[in-house]
Design a protein around this ligand. Structure first.
Ligand SMILES: Nc1nc2c(ncn2[C@@H]2O[C@H](COP(=O)(O)OP(=O)(O)OP(=O)(O)O)[C@@H](O)[C@H]2O)c(=O)[nH]1
Ligand SMILES: [Mg+2]
Length: 173
């Protein structure tokens, strides 16, 4: 799970596993380290969901912010050649589809060679008109379908589970 601080990474993990495992907060900068959650859901093989610190915010100013961004970058660089690593779920706040920081992350992951999947969070907060407009923009920016999810209502979670199951089933080349 990668995305800006407060986008809903930890909440999405909790919603996916239907347990309050990951700590969440209304204030950005909650997750400070990479947290690994081993998920066992037989008959699927166990796998890890990894909750990364959010980028773009850190208590302690620019130095701390660079530290957190560097942690996520180091995380991906270290794993991109590991056959067990299956890619990144890139979370984007559906209320703010056009942010440069999200697009830069998306492009950076491609350069590093990480398989990416775009997920737009907090869709329960959009009006119907916003939803139409914001998803149009998201699909333009991210060149394809972007999955709408809400940790609050559960929308999109079944589809996200299918995507995850497919990723862990498919052996990497
Ligand atoms: N309405 C709504 N609120 C959400 C949703 N997902 C998360 N939130 C809220 O958004 C805030 C941030 O959620 P977190 O899951 O802590 O965000 P995060 O991306 O892990 O943040 P960092 O750990 O700081 O990087 C919390 O107040 C959540 O309750 C959602 O689907 N709908
Ligand atoms: Mg978090």
């Amino acid at each position: 799970m990668v995305g800006r601080s407060n986008v809903g990474k930890s909440s999405l993990i909790n919603a996916l596993v239907r347990k309050k495992l990951a700590r969440t907060s209304a204030a950005p900068g909650k997750t400070r380290l990479a947290n690994f959650y081993r998920v066992e859901a037989a008959p699927r093989p166990p796998f890890f969901l990894v909750d990364l610190p959010g980028f773009g915010y850190a208590r302690g100013g620019d130095k701390a912010r660079e530290g957190f961004d560097a942690l996520a970058a180091a995380y991906f660089r270290a794993r991109v050649d590991d056959p067990r690593f299956r890619g990144a779920l890139v979370l984007i706040d559906s209320r703010h589809p056009g942010l440069d920081s999200d697009r830069l992350t998306w492009n950076w992951l491609e350069q590093v060679g990480v398989e990416r999947y775009a997920v737009a969070t907090k869709v329960d907060k959009l009006t119907r008109a916003e939803r139409q407009r914001h998803f149009g923009e998201l699909e333009r920016i991210y060149s394809g379908p972007v999955l709408a999810v809400s940790a609050q209502t559960g929308e999109g979670l079944d589809e996200l589970w299918k995507k995850i199951a497919n990723q862990i089933r498919t052996a990497r080349q």
